[in-house]
Design a protein around this ligand. Structure first.
Ligand SMILES: Nc1nc2c(ncn2[C@@H]2O[C@H](COP(=O)(O)OP(=O)(O)OP(=O)(O)O)[C@@H](O)[C@H]2O)c(=O)[nH]1
Ligand SMILES: [K+]
Ligand SMILES: [Mg+2]
Length: 440
């Protein structure tokens, strides 16, 4: 299929207990024989073999070898896995031995997965799920990636595609056999089916970017007046000294980002410059950056100083949690009218209220990113394609002439097909012939 036999280190770089080298392609079996100077091990059974340089016989390692004959392998081709002792010289020696074999070459990035896709082992959303799984840093990211890799999104899009193909087949029939008798209520039935599909797609799109936020990280902006303790709070949440804290108002200028794992969800937290009127050009630039970051955030964490009532204008419509910091300094019984009543009282200095705040943040993120129910789209690419599809269905539903309507449907199908990476002509023909026995 792809001609060349490729190989690469499949495990991480550097020394490790075990390293795995994967070989895929028509010459994989010869490569294994050349390195072991023995017959092939039984398929899919771990077999201990001495590996040596094919030319010189120089010993390389005692390795566990695995042999996956096509098509029952990750790529669909003949695949060999060599589980080596993960020393640098061992890995280098085996790579050198493989490079010396004729018609074998190092794989390009992603080439094994690309071959798996071309062999139909994975569709595009499953490929993306696999990439996300490798990148997953939190429990929720891992769950979502596994779900997508196992075909949850493919299943959803494939179901829509099958239903659309059926609608298109019926619409095509209306064109092809315009002079023959078609069931009178057929177009009405198609319209109803398309209407239903459109609603499902709309619901899929209106998920509050759940899947994307989960994958990319939920963005929380810490904002507030100067010296309220924003940087102190970031450092506490990030559990490290990420931002400079000082008693001088206007300390923070650049946006300082920190990654958090809140209840298994990935969060990107940002500390920002205190918001105030200023003539200092650098501070003003910091405030501009603070507003920009906060405007794109999924949640704003407004920090106010309990001893210094200072109202701050809103930055965006994103939900907001308000906290009153430095309650350790507040005079007992003294309340201030200008403070929001729903604010949580905290003191980064004494630790008061911080656990409650953390719980509240975790709960809010979990609520926004909850994965129950139908699978969420996880990429802008999916969102753009489903949107295109819905727009085409909207045109279809305007009740245009049958040939225009069929074209709308084809545009909708192509948009969906692009998500999973499928061509749709063959199965379209199949359905036309299966669903219609009009005697032709
Ligand atoms: N008493 C008391 N002091 C605090 C508390 N939190 C922070 N501080 C102090 O308040 C001062 C300002 O803290 P920062 O964290 O730098 O405040 P900021 O909001 O980041 O300030 P800018 O970056 O300048 O806008 C520092 O001296 C902190 O030590 C608190 O809970 N209680
Ligand atoms: K400060
Ligand atoms: Mg600061």
């Amino acid at each position: 299929m792809s001609g060349h036999t490729i190989f690469a280190l499949a495990s991480g770089a550097g020394r490790s207990g075990i390293a795995v080298i994967r070989i895929s392609g028509p010459l994989a079996r010869q490569a294994l024989s050349a390195l072991t100077r023995r017959e092939l091990p039984p398929p899919r059974q771990a077999s201990l073999r001495l590996l040596a340089m094919p030319e010189s016989g120089e010993m390389l390692d005692h390795a566990l070898t695995l042999w996956f004959p096509a098509p029952h392998s990750f790529t669909g081709e003949d695949v060999v896995e060599l589980h080596l002792h993960g020393g640098r010289a061992v890995i280098a020696g085996v790579i050198e031995a493989l490079s010396a074999l004729p018609d074998l070459r190092l794989a390009e990035p992603g080439e094994f997965t690309r071959r798996a896709f071309l062999a139909g082992k994975l569709d595009l959303t499953e490929v993306e799920g696999l990439a996300d799984l490798i990148d997953a840093e939190t429990t929720a990211q891992r769950r979502q990636a596994l779900r997508q890799m196992d075909g949850a999104l493919s299943g959803l899009y494939e179901d829509w595609r099958t239903r659309l193909i059926r609608c298109l087949a019926h619409t095509e029939a209306a064109i092809d056999f315009a002079d023959e008798e078609l069931p009178a209520d057929m177009m009405l039935a198609i319209q109803a089916e398309v209407q239903g599909l459109r609603q499902e797609m709309q619901a899929h799109l209106a998920d509050g970017r759940r899947g994307e936020m989960l994958r990319e990280g939920f963005r929380i902006a810490i904002i507030g007046p100067p010296n309220a303790g924003k940087s102190s709070l970031l450092n506490w949440l990030a559990q490290r000294d990420a931002a400079i804290v000082s008693e001088i108002a206007g300390t923070t200028r650049d946006v300082i980002e920190a990654h958090l794992d809140l209840g298994g969800y990935s969060v990107l937290l940002a500390d920002t410059a205190g918001l105030r009127e200023t003539v200092d050009g650098i501070e003003a630039e910091g405030i501009r950056r603070a507003r920009n970051w906060a405007a794109a955030a999924d949640l704003q964490l407004l920090v106010l100083d309990a001893t210094q009532p200072e109202p701050v204008g809103t930055v965006s419509d994103a939900p907001m949690i308000r906290v009153l910091n430095k309650v350790d300094l507040k005079i007992k019984g003294h309340t201030c009218q200008s403070f929001p009543i729903d604010a949580m009282s905290i003191s980064v200095r004494t630790g008061e209220g911080l656990d409650a705040l953390l719980q509240k943040l975790t709960g809010l993120v979990a609520e926004k990113l909850d994965m129950a129910g139908t699978p969420s789209l996880t990429r802008e690419r999916h969102r753009a394609a489903v949107t295109l599809c819905v727009e085409a269905l909207d045109r279809f539903l305007k009740g245009r002439a049958a040939d225009l309507a069929a074209e709308d449907m084809r545009v909708a199908l192509r948009a969906l097909g692009r998500i999973t990476g499928q061509a749709d002509v063959e199965d379209l023909l199949d359905v036309i012939f299966r669903d219609f026995c009009l005697g032709k």
